[in-house]
Design a binder for this molecule. Sequence first.
Ligand SMILES: [Zn+2]
Ligand SMILES: [Zn+2]
Length: 172
Amino acid sequence: MKYLIKGKLYLPIKMGDPRDWHQKPDDVCHDCGATYGQYHTFGCDTEVCPCCGGQLISCDCGAIYQVNGNISKKALADLCKLQVIQTEAEDLEIKNTISRNKIKYDSKGQSGNIFFILAKVKLVMKQEGREELFKKCEERVYASSSYKEALKIINEYVQLEDVHVGKEEEAE
Ligand SMILES: [Zn+2]
Ligand SMILES: [Zn+2]
């Protein structure tokens, strides 16, 4: 199995590989349970991206596909096209959610999940060069005791807009 990342094939990084975050032979991955020399399970939060060296599940490489080692050239070419389309679609979606640096979310829907919101906050603050401050924000959100408190903290750093409230106003 290989990963198709940005149109190129890469071997996944195993536990203990020079670029893996685990280096000791007795290390066990806290997320997927892989041991030294094994592959992480796809979606594991400590797997390193073989393309950029970042965290595979959150890096900026765009859509990532798992590909069978003996894939035909034709199938690979088709997959590359699909990857470009999917990556562009995801970029567009992100830009839409971050219109004028206001982060839209739906407090009654899936986009209201604090971790979804934090992922967008990270993008906005990164664009603004406030990555260090984001870490502080993230820490405070993790330490907060309720959904409401978490939102209040995030609001100190970026402008949040609950689209659910907007929907109610329109209905009145
Ligand atoms: Zn793992
Ligand atoms: Zn990457």
